[in-house]
Design a protein around this ligand. Structure first.
Ligand code: SF4
Ligand code: SF4
Length: 158
């Protein structure tokens, strides 16, 4: 006999970003690391371009910030994502969970909240794990122009 449950829908399907608790908000990050890449502005077009260079505080193995709480002291221009600024941050990756929920696209199957597995974002090829170099390895900041990576600006993982 079929068993029917009436489990409540998960929070990311029922709440807007501004309605989420701090814990729900944090858990929405899929750990892709795409927003921790150095981005450059094309002086001619104003276009923001992703590179394969990651921020000095980024751990390329875990795909996480190594000093999130105190990051502003080390990386003053790291932007804190909020429900109020996601719209204005047009360079945020199309696959970003916050952007997806904000735009009503929901979470992908590879999102750890959906799959129950933090590795699923990496298996799906959405994350930057193993694909980046640290900005600390560059001799000059301008060297990041040698690492422009259009693949990180395209939609990833469906
Ligand atoms: S792009 Fe979005 S989902 Fe990915 S690490 Fe940044 S905040 Fe998290
Ligand atoms: S300071 Fe941390 S959260 Fe900010 S860009 Fe760098 S690694 Fe990412």
């Amino acid at each position: 006999m079929p068993h029917v449950t009436d489990a409540p829908a998960p929070f990311w399907k029922t709440k807007r970003l501004e309605e989420m608790s701090p814990g729900e908000w944090e858990s929405l990050c899929d750990g892709c690391g795409l927003c921790c890449l150095i981005r450059l502005e094309d002086e001619d077009t104003g276009e923001i371009l992703a590179t394969r260079v990651h921020c000095r505080l980024f751990d390329a193995g875990t795909c996480r910030c190594t000093g999130y709480a105190g990051r502003k002291a080390v990386v003053p221009d790291c932007i804190k994502l909020t429900p109020g600024n996601i719209e204005a941050l047009s360079w945020m990756p199309k696959s970003c969970a916050y952007k997806r929920v904000h735009e009503g696209r929901g979470l992908a199957d590879w999102h750890p909240l959906v799959s129950g597995d933090p590795e699923s974002v990496h298996r799906a090829g959405v994350s930057v794990r193993g694909r980046t170099v640290s900005e600390t390895a560059l001799e000059e900041a301008e060297d990041a122009f040698d690492f422009i990576a259009p693949e990180f600006d395209r939609e990833r993982g469906g």
